[in-house]
Design a protein around this ligand. Sequence first.
Ligand code: ACM
Length: 525
Amino acid sequence: MPDHPLVPRPAEMSTAAPDGLVLTAATRIDAHHEARGTEAWLRTELGAATGFPLAPGDGQTAQIRLSVDPAAGLGAEGYRLIVDAAGALVVGHDAAGVFYGAQTLRQLLPAAAYRRAPAVGPVSWTLPSVHITDRPRFGWRGCMLDVGRHFLPKYDLLRFIDLLALHKLNVLHLHLTEDQGWRVEIKRYPRLTEVGAWRHESQVGAARPPVFDGRPHGGFYTQDDIREIVAYAAARHITVVPEIDIPGHSQAAIAAYPELGEGGPLDVGREWGVIENVLNVTDATLEFYRNVFDELLELFPSTYIHVGGDECPKTQWRASATAQARIREEGLGDEDGLQSWFIRHFDAYLAERGRRLVGWDEILEGGLASGATVMSWRGTEGGIAAAKAGHDVVMCPTATSYLDYRQSTSPDEPIPVGTLLTLEDVYAAEPVPEELAAAGAERVLGAQVNVWTEHMDSPRRVDYMVFPRLSAFAEVAWSPAGRDVAEFLPRLEGHLARLDALGVEYRPLDGPLPWQRRPGVAGRD
Ligand code: ACM
């Protein structure tokens, strides 16, 4: 294993002297005003693991110093970390840079630095002498989490945010609404969560005819929960981008308010897949969603607001007098044009409020809204087309980004998804397609992985599916281009010791442990 198994790999690192800085009960931290948040975070985290108070010091007495210097030429979110026997100095370009420098500092310590109480027996709390200059390759380093299919309780979501921060990711894309569940309290429409957040049972596995677990499932975040989640993430330099998926994937909302749909009353979805029941296109439905977004914008300060737009079957619209009349009156041509019109309505709504719309790549069909950012998931083609047309894009193609796909061909994998996506596949991803190398590369804001939870019915299962593939993705999004998996894997082993110390139930590199297996049809934990 390498001496300093840092993940993600920093842009530049050199080791200086053989000695380093030994942390003791007398070690003090000094932080500039803008670095105080990171100071408090470091004290809490390292304090728990070491038992040292890490008391505040000043320029004379502190061994660990955190400062911000936008003139140091480090670049947005960049930092320099210098450790020698006398002290450790983190200089960030901005507050985020200091935080990332402190994350690296923590990784330089033994993995016991990730425990919640001091280890029994002696640990050498020595920071090795290093000189690191680091900055991210991309400004959008994201993870989408689907809390619609299976609700992730708030406590587990906060823990998940810590794990994203450990990997220097900075966007949590929260997929809040689905056919199978609505997960955010909207005060004006209480039935969205009274009715839409609960289902009687869930499909398990992918068997046909479907098999159900006979067990109710549900949950939602109150507005106070959301404010807490957003603030907790912000303190870790993570922006929460909310997604309200429209006009497809809306059955839970229609179950709560049948007037939003095209047909009769519906239950909250119990089966997975692309569902025919979609929103209607009446003025009242548009107004309903504007009112939803009014509350959402109060809760989420993110510039980007995700409106979904994926997998909206057009069957009901083809048969709907209202939809057909709208197509004629607005001169939209066909149902793709109608979907584009629907999305453009919310593009204008968000732009008027200083926000920016982001949607899945289906929003290209029928014409892209003028201010839209595209998430390219069905491949890279959507992203390439959007970037060439002057739109920003986030790359998350299924072939390298879908963490709901199985991790090996072993029948022991606990997931009934046939497509294979190995750790190595994730590591090999290149967010900037060759087609954009000559022009358009600057439109690639970055990349993200997507965690769809049809078959992840507990936080433990999320751990298993997400890690360590997310650790590989962290290098795709953060580290300089040009990666070598043979160099990465030994470093990853050192990193897994950190995940062990944290209690993350990741997939071991050589396959699932017996209790993690769930062959055939996925059952209950
Ligand atoms: C998606 O996977 N439906 C965006």
